[in-house]
Design a protein around this ligand. Structure first.
Ligand code: HEM
Length: 458
């Protein structure tokens, strides 16, 4: 039984016996090895104990994942699980809210990321990719992660803030690049390190970047509100996410305050930029190691898109590339698990979790569960058109009331970037051992920044 943030030893739920500090250290440095070892020893369900956080029940069988994702949001609290992010994203962030306040913010934030809205960002995504391709070397070793980050950063700045002026765009990119790096700060994951010992200390640097970002965002909000007052028609025609958020009203007719807007903008930046870039770096890593898959994906792109820039209708006609992206998110989910803190009681995996206990559906394990995935470690894009997939066996974007609001946008962005790249460039795996799993803050990235070897353009 689990209560008061402790999982009582039970025969059904095994617990890792190492000291909490050692478990935390392994989790921070080699989470893939720790999870593989736990699965080998304990199977689908086990408890890890983290220093300062307590016990977390890891579940990976789809029926247990379903139990967590379909439980009432008032029982499985994600905002409390993300509380460590509050110092950066703020208390109005979708990530850190629970209850009514979360429902309100989510209703305001979801519309810009749905349906035909997404297709309006195609031009921005293709332009950012082409700008990046122009910087790639002709051939030789190439770190995919850096350029994927540059592309997704430009996409966020233009699609979310709507900043088009090149020098303004570069100013925001530089600022957001520093801000996103906060996500990798040890002080973010370990609150005891949050001591401001001046601008050169780790936490002092975080506070300085946060202050600069806030200042720039509040100034931009003032500018946009002034434009909306002086030129309502021009502003009303804008398609960026900020324009929608500025005009959004909740059920009571209330607009978002500047503080709320600031918190949601940095949330979109932190949640949407690094995750998408890292997923793309993993996709290129996997493609480089599977030349037959790469050849098929290129072939599909050249048949459907040719050497033109892909538009929204072309992206919808690439089922093999869609399988490539899903297969890569299956084998390398950049966020290996999500977390919920229990309020009340939840029955899952034969245990009763009570207030304060943590539970973590673990995509990293579910995604290669042999019972759900034939040949689980094979990179097989065709399985997505051939096999019936249990929706609770695949959740790189989390699930339930907290599922990623950027999912459709991210899938579309990944396919558009890959189609643009594959139309023009090809690459092979770097020599020697393949990339291993490295940690960067909360995401799992390919070691060596996803290095591949580019071959000369044909
Ligand atoms: C491949 C790229 C991405 C991956 C793998 C990813 C993954 C995730 C995951 C695992 C969660 C937690 C879900 C849960 O707790 O059940 C999440 C939440 C979230 N994501 Fe994404 N994400 C991606 C891209 C994006 C993009 C592009 C945006 C927006 C620009 C975005 C915005 C958010 C937000 C706002 C939340 C919080 C949702 C809530 O708590 O209600 N993400 N994402």
């Amino acid at each position: 039984m689990v209560h008061n943030n402790r999982v009582e030893p039970r025969t059904e739920i095994p617990a890792v016996k190492l000291p909490a500090a050692l478990q935390s250290a392994l989790w921070a440095t080699r989470p893939d090895l720790l999870l593989a070892r736990c699965r080998q020893r304990f199977g689908d369900t086990f408890t890890l104990r983290f220093a300062g956080l307590g016990d977390v029940l890891f579940v990976s069988a789809p029926e247990d994942v379903r139990a967590v994702f379909t439980a009432p949001p008032s029982v499985v609290l994600a905002g409390r699980g993300n509380a460590f992010l509050r110092a950066v994203v703020g208390r109005h962030s979708l990530l850190t809210l629970d209850g009514e306040a979360h429902v309100r913010q989510r209703k305001l934030l979801v519309p810009p990321f749905h349906g035909e809205r997404i297709a309006t960002y195609a031009k921005v995504i293709v332009e950012a990719t082409e700008r990046s391709l122009a910087r790639w070397p002709r051939e030789g070793a190439f770190e995919t992660l850096r350029e994927m980050q540059a592309i997704t950063l430009e996409v966020i700045v233009r699609a979310v803030l709507g900043v088009e002026d090149p020098s303004e765009r570069r100013r925001f990119e530089a600022l957001f690049n520093d801000f996103a790096a906060i996500g990798n700060s040890a002080a973010l994951l370990l609150p005891p390190l949050r001591v401001d010992l001046g601008p050169r200390s780790p936490w002092g640097r975080v506070l300085a970047v946060r202050a600069r970002t806030d200042q720039a965002l509040f100034r931009e909000l003032d500018r946009r509100r002034a434009l909306a007052a002086s030129a309502p028609e021009t502003e009303g025609a804008r398609r960026d996410v900020l324009a929608l958020l500025l005009s959004a009203r909740d059920d009571q007719g209330q607009a978002m305050s500047d503080r709320e807007l600031r918190d949601e903008l940095v949330t979109l930046l932190l949640a949407g930029h690094e995750t998408t870039a890292t997923s793309l770096a993993w996709t290129m890593d996997l493609l480089s190691k599977h030349p037959e898959v790469l050849a098929k994906a290129r072939d599909e792109v050249s048949r459907v898109v040719g050497r033109e820039s892909p538009d929204a209708s072309a992206i919808a006609k690439l089922p093999y590339l869609d399988g490539v992206v899903r297969e890569s998110l299956r084998l390398r989910p950049v966020i290996p698990n999500v977390a919920r803190i229990i309020e009340g009681e939840l029955h899952v995996a034969g245990a009763t979790l009570r207030t304060g206990a943590g539970v973590a559906p673990c995509a990293w394990l579910t995604h290669t569960r042999p019972e759900n995935w034939p040949a689980p470690n094979a990179f097989d894009p065709e399985r997505w058109t051939r096999d019936k997939i249990d929706p609770h066996a695949f959740y790189p974007f989390g699930g339930g009331a907290r599922r990623c609001i950027g999912m459709a946008f991210a899938l579309y962005e990944m396919k558009t970037i890959l189609a643009t790249v594959l139309a023009k460039r090809t690459f092979v795996a770097r020599e020697g051992e393949g990339a291993r799993v490295a940690r960067r803050g909360i995401t799992l990235t390919p070691s060596g920044d996803g290095r591949v070897t580019l071959t000369a353009p044909t």
